[in-house]
Ligand binder design. Sequence first.
Ligand code: NAP
Length: 266
Amino acid sequence: METIKIIVAGPRGRMGREAVQLIQRTDHFELEAVLDHKYNGILLSELEGFQGIDVPVYNDVDECLQKTKADVWIDLTVPEAGFLHTKKALEYGVRPVVGTTGFTEEQLKELKELANSKQIGCIIAPNFAIGAVLMMKFSQMAAKYFSDVEIIELHHDQKLDAPSGTAVKTAQMISTVREQKQQGHPNEKETISGARGANINGMHIHSVRLPGLIAHQQVMFGSEGQTLTIRHDSYNRASFMSGVKVSVETVTKLNDFVYGLENILE
Ligand code: NAP
């Protein structure tokens, strides 16, 4: 298998550290450089937890992309920076694999247009856990028969965006098969604002943030006399790495934009 040369943005983050480990243990992956907004001009091995990994650290995205010969840019940062990094990577002809969540619809549209016009593969996946992808698919199947659904997503309390990208993606997938419906009583009133959660196409999404949690989601369907609950739990960040691996391998063969891991799994 041909070696895939990779840059990781956000290497000190919880996901970034897992991604660096994944690259280190995968024979046909090679870490070329990292982008870290707090460090520049050092080797990664000088930072705690990266012993023996002698690749350059940049804090400027242009410099990083100009000085590094890479095939893939893995982004695991924050939405504002992640959007800029992804745009820059595409402009420099480096294929992005983006796990960073919290992009707006307009940003996703802009990235899609850029990737497609440049004919450069780009994968943005709000959830790299294979089990989460199946949860979304099973929910989409169930929504054909159950039109009433509420999504409860639960994450650690350091998460910046709400609702989660996975919850939004689940609602979007359900919307493709579900009849348009405004759920709940037509005269329903919130006595405390936000009590019924966010609303996507009439479906409600509730975001729970607590220390101790990692990434969890439960999709609850209800109809006359029955409920159906589909639930997925990620107990650690290693659960996302098989999805990152398959995305890196796939993006090198793509010439367009893909949103969601489910679109590349066979
Ligand atoms: P994290 O531990 O907070 O790591 C974020 C990293 O980004 C940190 O190293 C942080 O550095 C860095 N960062 C912050 N601001 C930056 C900037 N302006 N430019 C460049 N880097 C910056 O978060 P995480 O749990 O690893 O998650 C990272 C991203 O992945 C989030 O968007 C999260 O929602 C997403 N995520 C996706 C999946 C998936 O399956 N797709 C799964 C889990 C998480 P400092 O510490 O110095 O601020």
